[in-house]
Design a protein around this ligand. Structure first.
Ligand SMILES: [Fe+2]
Length: 384
């Protein structure tokens, strides 16, 4: 078909002239008209594709991509996503990168397949250099449950005031930094959703000059986001903190991570854990069973366990076991299940031998009563 004729027919189609009339006036067959319409559609689609890729961060586009990705439990190809979203392969790839590196979705590539999964790859232990022969002191806290109205921000601030005064530079947080979101805690939350809860940490978690908080994430609470939506929640909290100029919040692992204090002839191994399971009647039982389960050669020198919201410390199989309590008052769920909250924080001091073994240790616990009690106490102190 001649180019001029083609243009005339296209203008007829756009003007809404009937096919019968076009064929009669322009002298073309119905099949030629059909082929031209098909060509127009294809070119139109390509133009639409080009227009669509203008904004990779378009929330509707990302939401459509996520709907597709979430359904593909066994993985998907970039070409499938491109087809589904009607975008180019290059832009589909950019959307996947954006979801992974900006929104925190745990999208993993295996060959040419991509998959959204909740399991994170193992991370390397954190290496910290400490002065040989010194007494090394660090802060130990757990279960701050930020965003829940029962969280004890007053006690948390007091902990960091104390750490700063003592010249402590490292605080180890044994998990449940935020409360996460699930049907059980909906009406106790002060911030909802992944981004707002991460933002809450950036804005409310205490920051003191020279102190770095190394935190792990658990499978419950913040871990709900990871299990349910496949979001690398620890990574995301750290990223939002960094975006707000905070480099003092460092995520070091999920469920468990080792911290190595480097000595001349070996390392002191501190294991930070956020295990699962309910609270037993005997407070020492969780750490006792945990230490019992460690294989020979895999035992740490110090075991710090969050999750139980209890304070306890003991020494078993040459492991100093510490449960640092929590920084959240008893919630409705805990009351219903007759679970006590040991609110407070710890300072741990270790004297290390040249090979990394512990020659001296002290665990201090700073207890707090419920929020009402401390409010009254503050009022009394202020009026004095
Ligand atoms: Fe907890």
């Amino acid at each position: 078909m001649e180019l001029n004729l083609e243009k005339q027919i296209i203008s007829d189609i756009v003007a809404g002239v009937s096919p019968k009339k076009i064929c009669k006036t322009r002298g073309v067959s119905r099949s030629a008209l059909y082929r031209l319409k098909k060509k127009m559609k294809k070119e139109g689609n390509q133009a639409a594709v080009k227009e669509k890729v203008i904004r990779i961060d378009d929330p509707i586009l990302r939401s459509d991509a996520l709907k597709f990705i979430s359904r593909k439990k066994k993985g998907f190809l970039i070409s499938d996503l491109a087809k589904k979203l009607n975008v180019s392969m290059e832009d589909a790839s950019k959307i996947v990168q954006h979801l992974s590196h900006h929104d925190g979705y745990n999208l993993v590539q295996k060959g040419n397949q991509w998959c959204l999964i909740s399991e994170l790859p193992p991370t390397k232990p954190l290496n910290l250099n400490v002065l040989l022969g010194d007494i090394h002191s660090f802060g130990v806290i757990s279960d701050t449950h930020l965003c829940n109205k029962y969280a004890r921000l007053d006690a948390l601030e007091a902990a960091y005031d104390f750490y700063a005064k003592e010249g402590i530079t490292s605080v180890f947080h044994a998990g449940n930094i935020i409360d996460g979101q699930f049907k059980y805690n909906m009406y106790e939350l002060e911030a909802h959703g992944v981004h707002d809860q991460a933002l809450y940490v950036a804005e409310h978690y205490p920051q003191r000059k020279g102190i770095t908080t190394y935190f792990i994430t658990g499978t419950c609470h913040e871990g709900w986001y990871q299990d349910r939506e496949g979001i690398k929640i620890g990574w995301y909290i750290q990223k939002v903190c960094e975006d707000h100029g905070r480099s003092d919040m460092v995520h070091i692992g999920h469920v468990q991570q080792d911290i190595l204090l480097k000595q001349k002839l070996g390392n002191t191994r501190i294991r930070l854990m956020h295990p699962g399971g309910g609270t037993p009647y005997a407070l020492s039982y969780p750490s006792q069973k945990m230490v019992e389960s460690f294989q020979g050669g895999d035992k740490p020198h110090v075991l710090i366990m969050g999750h139980y919201h209890k304070f306890d410390y003991n020494y078993q199989r040459e492991v100093l076991c510490i449960m640092p309590g929590c920084l959240e008052d008893q919630t409705v769920f805990m009351r219903k299940n007759k679970l006590a909250a040991h609110v407070g924080f710890c300072k741990v001091s270790l004297g290390l031998r040249v090979d990394g073994t512990i020659g001296r240790s002290a665990v201090e616990f700073f207890p707090f009563y419920d929020a009402k009690y401390h409010r009254k106490l503050n009022e009394f102190e202020l009026s004095e």
